[in-house]
Ligand binder design. Structure first.
Ligand code: NAD
Length: 479
């Protein structure tokens, strides 16, 4: 018997949780539930995290968490509990299967059967943002080698376990050569360890367009956090309804399972909501716990119910539906069908895919040879003429470093800029050592001191390094 933390959440949450638990318990799930309160009530009681310390203790103790959607109150500095939970518990992998159920659920993509594996902890979701000048704010996009290795390996291991044929990687590494470049590089490295699985990389923009148009050419798709956030909703929606998809958030120790939709407050308390999304989350949980026979039984009964045309309002369609039912009646119909298999849709057979995933702990590689090659000083300057700024900034360098370039929002504006280039008040001034000099941190301090004396408003510095002899920073656009 495995102890599972559950949270019934807000809006339609309690109804779909009750329906889900009723179904999986009737199917013989070997779980014992421990309920915690999260969400709106907790937020409105003044806890901006939406969860108490005691509830964290329970989640960490039980390690498995089945969560219904919650309502995040607008404004007031309330933090998204989903993002916090994923990051606190190290749930690095977000897995969303998106499969069409044609002809029982109408969709433009009857052949679609893809799984989005989204990195869940880093990228722009590190949430590190600053205002630096009157006109410019920044958000740091952090991509780490362990983050990439863990998620890419998860995608290949998942594909292997589920007997899927291909893993595709989506990035924008033609533009973000360092961050997305690392994700792509790690993808290529790890793909070599799985010669039996086809692998390919698409630039995200055309990849996303292809996925929305011809999803049947994809199988498993792995991608960084932000892209995965957007595209996993697109993928779920084009199967026919976001209301039918569940998701798993997997970490090294803990895991959280949920529906992908929100708390649909307008539908709450009316026995209207479709419990399928949370049920799909619960099925992923049962598979994760090794209770594959129960998971399979529930999935097949659910597919049979949809085939029978027993549909909640959100998927009801005169052409294929036979009976419009509420949340409770839908759950009862699934329970009635336990032990049966779908006639048309492919039935689930999870027990044959029960081999555990091989997910080794990340091993830090030996440190590279790191050399300081220069420094970027970011300057807040309200002027508009790059030549005027360059004349000021040149005065900061002594006999050891020299100004080689100024960019504005990444585009080179000095030397030899275009007068057509629009400039805001945020300038990157790049210094490199003169001739054969090896720069040191003291040289950077000297530059900063000179800037302070000259009243140049340096808002941040970024050191330019090479690792193992390879320069590891972007050039200016147009440089
Ligand atoms: P939503 O997903 O709650 O609702 C979008 C639409 O889908 C609505 O028309 C709703 O009626 C319908 N819908 C959603 N789930 C359904 C179901 N199971 N059965 C039938 N119809 C369903 O999105 P929203 O309205 O943007 O957000 C409402 C609240 O949910 C917000 O407070 C938001 O912050 C929260 N939210 C929570 C989660 C989560 O906890 N994982 C995820 C997304 C949004």
């Amino acid at each position: 018997m495995t102890k599972v933390t559950i949270a019934k959440g807000d809006g339609i949450g309690p109804e779909i949780m009750d329906a889900t638990l009723k179904i999986i318990m009737a199917a013989g799930a070997q779980i014992e539930t421990e309920e915690i309160e999260v969400g709106e009530k907790v937020y409105l009681a003044g806890n901006t995290a939406g969860i108490s310390h005691e509830s964290w203790d329970i989640i960490r103790r039980n390690k498995i968490f089945l969560k219904a959607p919650i309502t995040t109150p607008q404004g007031g500095g309330y933090k998204s509990l989903n993002v916090t939970t994923r990051k606190f518990l190290g749930l690095y992998s977000n897995v969303r299967p998106c499969r069409s159920l044609h002809p029982f659920i109408s969709t433009k993509h009857p052949e679609m059967d893809i799984v989005i594996v989204r990195e869940n902890e880093e990228d722009l979701y590190a949430g590190i943002e600053h205002q630096q000048t009157d006109e410019v704010v920044q958000c740091l996009k952090l991509i780490s080698r362990p983050g990439c290795e863990k998620i890419v390996r998860y995608a290949f291991e998942y594909a292997k376990q589920q007997k899927r044929k291909k893993v595709t990687c989506f990035t924008k590494d033609n533009i973000m050569k360092q961050t997305d470049g690392l994700f792509h590089q790690v993808f290529d490295e790890i793909a070599k360890e799985y010669p039996e699985i086809e692998n390919e990389h698409w630039i995200i923009d055309i990849g996303a367009a292809k996925m929305a148009d011809t999803p049947e050419v994809f199988d498993v798709i792995v991608m960084p956090n932000l892209y995965g956030d957007v595209l996993s909703d697109v993928a779920a929606q084009i199967t026919g309804s976001v209301g039918l998809a569940g998701s798993a958030n997997i970490g090294e120790e803990c895991a959280m399972f949920e529906a992908i939709h929100g708390s649909a407050p307008r539908r709450a308390g009316q026995n209207l909501a479709n419990p399928s999304g949370l049920l799909q989350g619960a099925i992923m949980m049962l598979n994760h716990l090794g209770q594959t026979d129960v998971a399979e039984k529930v999935q097949n009964a659910w597919l049979k119910t949809l085939e029978d045309g027993i549909h909640t309002y959100d998927i009801y369609n005169d052409k294929v539906s036979k009976q419009k039912v509420g949340t409770k009646e839908f759950a009862d119909a699934v329970i009635q069908n336990l032990g049966q298999k779908p006639r048309v849709l492919k039935s689930a057979s999870y027990s044959e895919n029960a081999t555990p995933l091989y997910l080794p702990k990340y091993q830090r590689k030996p440190m590279g040879v790191k050399k300081l090659e220069g420094v970027d000083l970011f300057v807040h300057w309200p002027g508009t003429e790059p030549d005027v700024l360059a004349a000021e900034i040149k005065k900061l360098s002594g006999d050891r470093s020299e100004l080689i370039m100024i960019t504005n929002r990444g585009i080179k504006v000095w030397p030899d800029g275009f007068k057509e280039t629009f400039c805001t008040d945020h300038w990157r001034c790049r210094f490199k050592p003169k001739a054969d000099i090896s720069l040191s941190k003291e040289d950077i301090l000297a530059l900063l001191s000179a800037a302070t004396v000259a009243s140049v408003d340096v808002i941040k510095t970024e050191n330019l390094y090479s690792f193992d002899g390879k320069s590891a920073y972007s050039l200016g656009q147009g440089q």
